[in-house]
Ligand binder design. Sequence first.
Ligand SMILES: [Zn+2]
Ligand SMILES: [Zn+2]
Length: 386
Amino acid sequence: MKALILPVNRDNWSQTKGYELREVAAPTLDESRDPEDARRVLLEPLYAGVCGTDKGIWFRKAFRESILHHLEQDQRDHFVVGHEMLGRITALGSEIKRAGRFHVGQVVSAESHIYCGRCPMCLAGDQHVCANERIIGVTWDGVFAEKVKLPANVLWPTVLEKIRPEVAAVQEPFGNAVHVCTPNMRGSDLSQSEMRGKTVAVFGCGTIGLFSILIARALGARKIIGIEPNAKNKEKALQCGADQVIAPSDQSAEEVRAFTEGYGADYCLEMSGFPSSLVQAIKGARRGGHIVLFGLSSGDVTIPQFEDMITAGKRLHSIVGRRVFSTWEITKQILEDRANGIQDQVWKQVLNEGKGTILPLAEFTKERFESNLLQHPKTLVSIGRL
Ligand SMILES: [Zn+2]
Ligand SMILES: [Zn+2]
């Protein structure tokens, strides 16, 4: 089968860049060799999303240790990349066939964090922080391929009459933003939305920031301010429902306060990964407010006047992945409700209505993939036919 792969090892990691289109062996279900295959399925990806994780791997800026560790542990010299997917089931392991929940031909998306289901975190319902997790396209063969093998417990059935396929392919990153906008929520009952009537500041209006603005609006936020330097993203943030967008500076927190009747925002969403932005997000939150951390920066961050954060009762939340599957259930409700217009906005503002944002796998070139990575909030690799 054709696949985009990453051929890396400890020696060549920093000298290489990008992915390669190669002919590799397709995965198979063979329960006599691996009994776990009884609980897995084979899929044919239709569309696969390209995201920040892929950008980090493309430029060898992220995931070095986890990738090299797993390649060495599995004694391999390459793996298939890509983790956001809409696909069609082509074969089922024996246990999955017997259980009857999935069938061949069914269209599904997938949670990208493969969880064990047995560790204390999984048993407590916190599969998104599983102690034994593997991540599709990072430490498990990914979806930029004509075939992929996945455990059935990460599959999320998707009805294409309700969500257009290109948007259905980005439910996983959209779900990240849903998780960001529901840091304290456990269930999926939207009438319990914690954002109803609240003020929200979104620090960084890239892909997940734009999703967050759409979602915060849908969840009833009263006022939304974006903090974003890029003119194109600024315009998109306004289109997605931000009331105002300001440029980042060491005065951002003051501007957020002015925007929120002098108190500070109920929710500051830190999506940029810049330490300076984190400092402003903490400062810009009201007393008792929530600072939601999603943007990644490596290394150290200094928080000035740390004690002020504590004595003001500000609450920090780190967001990783999605809650399995309550975040997916909220994602489904928001996207399937055509009246809120969000599906159309995702298609328009994030996927640019498919113009220049859909790359057929067989036509992969490094130049085109890289220019898409740098130009568009979201690109899709199209693989199988619908
Ligand atoms: Zn992603
Ligand atoms: Zn686990």
